[in-house]
Design a protein. Structure first.
Length: 428
């Protein structure tokens, strides 16, 4: 990979890769997560994907991308530890395969999207702003109607001491609703001037040409945050039970884990989580769902940038105590070393296969390179990852399991309304 410093805090990364028929571009803006700016960033993501001063409508976008042999242009937001990420993504056919300069056209398209927003007189187009704000509010309302998403938000609110850290990457209705076109445009100018920016180009491209094409992206120097990882101290267990009119109840548990990406225990954490609830052969899936039939769905996931591990299960309300107890027993079994070598090898094989599958994804390759650029001292190259994975021992898994501390428990207790009784009472 070739890295070019375009300005302080602005880097261009060119990854020469010939195995893909497409070229992938990503421009990522990064800053510390904050409630004051989160709604603005989510709105900007939608605005930049739908309009700019040159391509003002969806038809204009589609027509131009079609001329580039079916190129795609998307935007998105995400969280990584203490940081919030806003990304502009393009994918297009390798210019060597067609009689058209798709690379030059794509970089021009990105330049317009970034530097020529649909704005005038110090504000974004009010009509487009209102449309995107309305669309986002409808989307967030529908997300909150998703019971699993709602439960995850409640669990995060219980777990995280830092209110910013508990916020979802897509913001909240309250944060979106309070924004206006003027403040959004003012913030956009600050984002362009102050955010850390990483530009990635992955594919069969001429590196010198790529550098030349981006040479007139006139970003200025900026000081950027180096704080990526979030870790909080242990607190007393927070418990919340809510009754909702749903057929399936939801139990979610949050554990604090003092293990971060790239730490000496990181690969042991990967295997331990896979053994606990990450795969179909895991203890939670096999013993709670399959054998005991106490869960419709069950899994465990973790975020190694925030020290957060979650167990989520869909259960019947009347089975709460039994299911909860059996879930706890699966983690205790790992702490006792009650698992077989075959289970460990199955887990390692699944993790190894997932890693190799990821190598065939352009977007996954860029994400790996982004992590490498962000925390080079923590990054694990392929050989180190595979060797570390292979060397994880039974003692390592027991040790990591014992590091987990239950910090939050959320239970959505479902109930159903008896429609027959309701009709009778109405008739009376």
């Amino acid at each position: 990979m070739t890295e070019i410093k375009m300005a302080d805090g602005v880097m261009l990364h060119v990854i020469k890769e010939t195995k893909f028929k497409t070229v992938r571009l990503m421009v990522r803006f990064r800053e510390e997560l904050s409630a004051d700016r989160l709604g603005k960033r989510v709105l900007l993501s939608n605005m930049l994907e739908s309009t700019n001063a040159v391509y003002q409508t969806g038809k204009d976008f589609s027509r131009k991308l079609s001329e580039m042999f079916g190129a795609s242009f998307t935007t998105g937001v995400a969280k990584k530890g203490k940081q919030h990420l806003l990304s502009l993504n393009m994918s297009f056919v390798n210019p060597r395969l067609v009689d058209f300069d798709t690379l030059g056209a794509a970089v021009d398209f990105l330049k317009i999207a970034i530097f020529q927003p649909d704005a005038s007189q110090g504000q974004f187009n009010p009509e487009i702003f209102k449309r995107e704000q309305r669309n986002l509010l409808h989307y967030l309302a529908s997300m909150n109607d998703d019971r699993a998403y709602y439960a995850s938000r409640q669990l995060a609110n219980l777990f995280f001491e830092n209110v910013n850290q508990a916020l979802p990457s897509v913001g909240t209705s309250e944060l979106i609703a309070k924004e206006n076109p003027q403040d959004l445009f003012e913030y956009y100018q600050k984002m362009l001037a102050e955010n850390a920016i990483d530009i990635f180009v992955l594919g069969d491209v001429d590196e010198k040409r790529v550098i030349d094409l981006f040479s007139d992206f006139n970003f200025t120097d900026r000081a950027v945050s180096k704080e990526i990882f979030y870790q909080q101290s242990l607190t007393e267990l927070s418990v919340l039970t809510e009754e909702k009119e749903v057929a399936q109840s939801i139990l979610q548990l949050a554990y604090q884990m003092p293990v971060a990406y790239g730490d000496e225990n990181y690969l042991a954490l990967q295997v331990m989580n896979g053994l606990l609830g990450g795969f179909a052969h895991s203890k939670l899936f096999t013993n709670v769902r399959e054998k005991a039939s106490l869960a419709y769905s069950i899994s465990s996931t973790f975020d190694s940038f925030t020290g957060f591990l979650k167990i989520a299960a869909g259960i019947d309300a009347e089975n709460f105590e039994e299911a909860r107890g059996l879930i706890f027993e699966q983690l205790e079994a790992i702490k006792r070393g009650d698992f077989t070598e075959l289970e460990v090898e199955q887990t390692k094989t699944m993790l190894r296969n997932a890693y190799f599958i990821g190598q065939d994804s352009p977007s996954n390759n860029i994400e790996l390179e982004y992590v490498k650029a962000l925390i080079p001292d923590k990054f694990l190259p392929m050989s180190e990852f595979l060797n570390a994975l292979e060397s994880v021992s039974k003692a390592d898994l027991i040790r990591v399991a014992k590091l987990l501390s239950l910090q939050a428990e959320y239970f959505m207790k479902g109930f159903t309304v008896n429609q027959e009784n309701m009709e009778v009472s109405l008739e009376k």
